[in-house]
Design a protein around this ligand. Structure first.
Ligand SMILES: CC(C)(COP(=O)(O)OP(=O)(O)OC[C@H]1O[C@@H](n2cnc3c(N)ncnc32)[C@H](O)[C@@H]1OP(=O)(O)O)[C@@H](O)C(=O)NCCC(=O)NCCS
Length: 211
């Protein structure tokens, strides 16, 4: 039987470089982008290596990433475990950013010493990051990535999924998640003063769209 082509595959080390490039162009000016490409490489390598990491890539014609989504089937303490495991590499990778803006160190340290930042639960998954190349945005790639993420989280026994995104000047992204069926369950402000929406969706609800 002929294999059906799907542009979405599991994120592998060979995709990381193009995932990082896609991250940098889809999140200009965001914190992780400010930390630089070396830091992002370690971050996405960590997602690929961790048993609870979920990384998916939307491929372009040459097999690189035109989009990606990353998260975890065990979000509580994920960042802290990731940073602790490779703390020296993360420290070296962030030196440039720390020199440019010394206050970033407090935010990185918070991820390290505040393991309880993400919601707790055996059946909870977290979607941490999604990005699609600007030229592909609005073509359905983001939706396909989220639906594939739902399926992967369900396969791992997760029943609910959460994510956070900026509340202000972020109407397109908020509309995107609401259209996919997410609802806001909490709003809060980060120590840096960013107002955030925390979205949740029930993965096993019959009204939740599937891949
Ligand atoms: C957010 C993002 C991943 C969405 O991916 P995308 O490929 O552009 O979105 P899609 O084309 O799959 O759109 C899916 C649905 O959301 C809707 N949508 C997307 N942008 C929208 C907007 N600005 N306003 C209203 N609805 C919108 C689409 O109409 C579509 O609905 P449909 O299924 O009924 O047609 C992408 O725009 C992106 O990478 N943005 C920059 C990075 C970012 O901000 N990531 C999120 C951080 S939390």
């Amino acid at each position: 039987m002929k294999e059906i082509y799907s542009p979405i595959v599991t994120m592998k080390p060979k995709h990381i470089q193009s995932v990082v490039q896609t991250h940098l162009v889809s999140f200009p000016g965001f914190f992780l982008s400010f930390l630089g490409s070396r830091f992002l490489m370690l971050y996405y390598e960590g997602i690929c290596e961790a048993p609870e990491g979920i990384g998916l890539v939307y491929l372009n014609a040459s097999g690189g990433a035109a989009g990606f989504v990353a998260g975890s089937s065990n979000p509580r303490g994920f960042y802290s475990r990731l940073l602790k495991k490779d703390w020296l590499k993360f420290a070296f990778a962030s030196i440039g950013a720390i020199i440019r803006k010394p206050t970033v160190i407090t935010r990185v340290a918070r991820g390290l010493i505040h393991p309880g930042g993400n919601p707790l639960g055996d059946d909870v998954a977290g979607l941490f990051s999604i990005g699609v190349l600007p030229e592909l945005q609005g073509t359905g790639a983001g939706k396909k990535l989220v639906l594939a993420f739902f399926q992967e989280a369900l396969n791992r026994g997760c029943k609910r999924l959460f994510l956070t995104t900026d509340r202000d000047e972020n109407d397109a992204v908020n509309a995107f998640y609401q259209k996919l069926g997410f609802s806001i369950e909490r709003q809060y402000e980060t120590p840096e003063g960013r107002r955030m929406n925390e979205y949740w969706i029930d993965l096993d609800n019959k009204d939740t769209p599937n891949a």
